[in-house]
Design a protein around this ligand. Sequence first.
Ligand SMILES: [Zn+2]
Length: 369
Amino acid sequence: MIRSALFFGVCLFFATPCFAGLCTTSGGKTTISATILGSTSFDPNASPYVDPSTLTNTVPTNSTVSIQGAYNIAPSFFQTQLCNLDGIYFDPKDCTNGDGNNCTVSNATPAGDSWGYREHPSQKPNGPFHRYLGLSAAFWPQGNTPQILSAYENTLMQLLINWPSTDVYQPGGGNPPVNLQPSFGNATPDNANMTILAALAHEYGHILWYDTFRPTPGGAYDFKSFCRGAFYTDTWISVNPPPSWRTFGESDGEPIAYGNPKYDTKVGDLALSLLGGHYAKAQNKLHNMYRTEAHWASLFGAFSPDEDFVEMFVLNVLLNANTPLTSLPLNLYDRTQNPPKLGTPDDIAADYAAGKKPELGRRIACFPH
Ligand SMILES: [Zn+2]
């Protein structure tokens, strides 16, 4: 045991390649490996279950289909977590041509078709219980590089709440309408590696949720140990175990403090306002999640207690990246003005950097740095 611990610790000094899970270190450089799922019909939720490592998988030949760039900018604790996974896959489900190396997608839902899970006794009664993560090949449509972070966050927001494009201000006089949809402006830093880093962290966060709150696969839940039981304090009325598969965009649970600026939001109300075309109301509800007083990591985090944990982990990873995230402004129009004008953006990362998010900081501090 001691020998293997030492070996792991001095990995970088060996002249020969050193392997740690998915990672190989040689000459001080670490390479992380990922493969394309050989089957477009792979479904981690299928019954009977098929372990993806038993399928014929291929290593990506398209250099753009890569997670190495995201790995390189990841904080060291997350690099270690990624290396210790049992597999990282590119899921070609969204590729209309079925080719994960050169994915043609018509309607990209990269976040919706990505996944992360720890195998469960119902899949494999005797284990071992592997940890797998899959990113949709739609992150690399037509072999292109992924969207930069701000563009990806806009895609994600649209996938989650589908803000209608009919939300426009019509100036009249033959002038073109002004689109009033909320949108993220340029992040700092704003690049494709940050997008993949965020996506990896999100899917990893789901695995971490189980490792944290259900340490034994199929065993009892324990909400008292992590962060001295304080992670969910003041946030949710109750924290129930999520379904085996948390479907993208599915909401669950009630925040405690409705009416309190810290957690004053319900995604169901936001969705209802949008459905009714009450855009000003909907925008207010979105603002409640992103304003300085709020304690959410993101809109997605307000969907359910597990997504709350996952998105807090994502933010923690981005805030501790090689070049940390210091700004991701959400632009909202002041609709009391005529014509509506852009107000001061809501910016969780900038507020955090300025020390204005003590409660968010407390929750983020629950995770490794
Ligand atoms: Zn999720």
